[in-house]
Design a protein around this ligand. Structure first.
Ligand code: NAD
Length: 300
């Protein structure tokens, strides 16, 4: 089947969903999109995507439904209940849920979809806004292998890597594991550089050494939290752009919730969640999450 013959409904056209919907349109799919925010809808319309008047209108005749919403409550409200989209999809349709949400929420919606004979995968992403725009996202998938195979050509138009982690909810669990590690690594990298600087070390020289030594990570190589160390890192432009502190805080909250569900100890994950909560309270919720290092600096 040619891409043009595949009708995709896309709900949620924010920082991530907007460019993802545009990439599907560029790949030739027939995309009908909706967002509650009129400006977000207009932005994708200007790039050729068909704007629908409502979520219900967007899913009419759709073979595939993709959603990219802020959090669990938005996803459950969109899909479940008498007015939910699951009750409006044509038999045999495929749901690809890309938001980062609680694994339990993903499982709840997947069970409701299955009860209606609809296939669904959870497919949260990694790669940020730049990856969404460039079509190089990583999809971290939970759900049946057959559903993933049906979704694969659609995912490939928006991303580069696809990992199948297991059954429904497994994509969300894996995404939370990744972001929990990232959050803790960023915080401790900032802590290490702050310690060195307090001893008179040059943060750039220290970071360069760490970037090729055993504490090497994305935080030392790509997104160094210390201003001026890496020219292209958010820290060098006032922590603008990048991955917001409050999104990291949300993901760490989900990780804590997921850990409690199975009684898993996550001492560093919980400590990291508190650090990003403090950074939010310090007024940096909207800045890149690497601004967490600012908590450790002496006031001037
Ligand atoms: P965003 O806030 O920019 O966009 C969300 C959009 O959903 C908004 O435009 C909002 O109006 C819309 N929306 C909410 N409820 C809706 C509804 N019922 N119907 C239609 N539209 C609705 O968020 P984002 O940055 O695009 O992130 C989306 C998801 O992707 C989140 O779960 C986030 O954690 C995850 N994520 C974000 C990034 C990132 O770097 N921004 C990276 C990876 C994953």
């Amino acid at each position: 089947m040619s891409n043009a013959a595949i009708r995709i409904a896309f709900i949620g056209l924010g920082n991530m969903g907007g460019p993802m919907a545009v990439n599907l349109h560029k790949a030739g799919f027939a995309v009908s999109a909706f967002d509650l925010n009129a400006d977000a809808l207009t932005r994708v319309k200007e790039q050729g995507v068909t704007a629908a008047a409502s979520a219900e209108a967007a899913v009419q005749g759709a073979q595939v439904l993709i959603s990219m919403l802020p959090a669990s409550r938005h996803v459950e409200a969109l899909y479940l209940g008498d007015q939910g989209l699951l009750s409006r999809l044509a038999a045999g349709a495929l749901v690809i849920e890309c938001s980062t949400i609680a694994p339990a929420s993903a499982q709840k919606v997947a069970a409701a979809a299955q009860a209606r004979g609809l296939a669904m995968i959870d497919a949260p992403v990694s790669g940020g806004v730049a990856g969404a725009a460039a079509g190089t996202l990583t999809f971290i998938v939970g759900g049946a292998a057959e559903a993933l195979e049906r979704a694969r050509p659609v995912l490939q138009a928006m991303g580069k890597n696809i990992f199948h982690m297991g059954d429904a909810g497994a994509g969300q669990v894996a995404k939370l594991c990744n972001n929990m590690a990232l959050g803790a690594i960023m915080a401790v990298t900032g802590e290490a550089i702050a310690l060195g600087v307090a001893h008179g070390l040059d943060p750039k020289a220290l970071s360069q050494m760490m970037a090729v030594s055993t504490s090497r990570s994305w935080a030392t190589e790509v997104c160094n939290p210390w201003p001026g160390v890496l020219e292209n890192a958010p820290s060098s432009r006032g922590y603008s752009g990048g991955f917001g502190n409050d999104l990291m805080l949300k993901d760490l909250g989900l990780a804590v919730e997921a850990a409690m569900g199975v009684g898993a100890p996550i001492p560093l994950g919980e400590a990291a969640r508190n650090l990003y909560a403090l950074n939010h309270q310090a007024g940096r919720g909207g800045l890149d999450f690497s601004s967490v290092v600012q908590l450790l600096l002496k006031p001037r």
